[in-house]
Design a binder for this molecule. Structure first.
Ligand SMILES: [Cu+2]
Length: 280
């Protein structure tokens, strides 16, 4: 039986409300690592860092909600208690030490409560654990290229480009060649650019790092779940900025080893000399 428009919208409303109430880490997206129609919540978190960011963001939302509610209550109180009719002779008070101390100390405590989880997450992001896999990511107008250096043992030493594949789904998020990494391993990405500033971002990994020409930025992630994760260039870089998506496939260790062997043969024929040079 076909759903009526009203049923359709009420389902949408219920889903949206559910998305607001259910913590993102347990709200399972239909597709993993990609946005979906009418999505209200963030994309599923598959790294500890993304999970921390979601918890932190939820905490900030509730904090902001509480503060807004408190301010609203004060305004309503003042409107009724101190209007001209209820309070014909206004007080001429200019100072109140207690209130001044309170409105200094309470905001300081709130800022400390925000700073602690914020710095904790930042410390994880900026830490430098030993990498299991190292990938160099180079932004170009308008595609990404990935270099698996020879530090990968005899299997690395190749580079390939990842261009948008407009025939593939999800639309404008899929690439012709995907970056592939093993599940549960620390992947370090060294990000730079061959031309203008780009930004390499994958929402499900909780990461976004600028690709700046002449500079090597570093970030790491450890994905806990196999799957295909999508991101987009997140720094406005020119006419086709919207057409340089990022696709990372997280696979088992065995599948990764097989892919490395395959990729080395597949991409070895491509002469990447000039491309590697422009990233250095
Ligand atoms: Cu861009």
């Amino acid at each position: 039986m076909r759903k009526t428009q009203a049923q359709h919208w009420s389902l949408r409303g219920a889903a949206a409300l559910g998305a607001l109430l259910v913590p993102s880490s347990i709200a399972l997206a239909a597709g993993i690592g990609q946005p979906e129609p009418w999505q209200m919540d963030r994309q599923v978190a598959v790294t500890a860092e993304a999970h921390d960011l979601h918890v932190f963001e939820n905490w900030l939302h509730w904090l902001a909600f509480g503060i807004s509610l408190f301010v609203l209550a004060l305004i309503v109180y003042v409107i009724f208690k101190f209007n001209e009719k209820a309070n014909p002779t206004p007080s001429r008070t200019t100072h109140n030490t207690m209130i001044e101390v309170a409105w200094t100390i309470i905001p300081v405590l709130i800022l400390v409560a925000v700073a602690i989880p914020s710095f904790r997450t930042l410390r994880t992001q900026l830490s430098d654990p030993k990498a299991d896999v190292l990938v160099k990511v180079i932004g170009h107008a308008w595609y990404w290229s990935y270099e698996y250096p020879t530090s990968e043992g005899d299997k690395g030493g190749f580079t390939f480009d990842a261009n948008v594949d407009e025939d593939k789904q999800p639309k404008l998020l899929a690439t012709d060649n995907d970056m592939v990494v093993p599940v549960g391993k620390i992947v370090k990405v060294q990000v730079t650019s061959g031309d203008v500033i780009h930004s390499w971002a994958i929402p499900s990994f909780g990461g976004k790092i600028d690709a700046i020409p002449g500079r090597l930025n570093q970030w790491w992630f450890k994905a806990d779940r196999e799957g295909t994760y999508h991101g987009q260039c997140s720094e406005l870089c020119g006419a086709r900025h919207a057409y340089m998506p990022i696709t990372v496939r997280v696979v088992s260790e065995q599948a990764y080893a097989e892919w490395l062997t395959e990729a080395k043969t597949k991409f070895a024929a491509i002469d990447n000399g000039s491309r590697l040079a422009d990233a250095r």
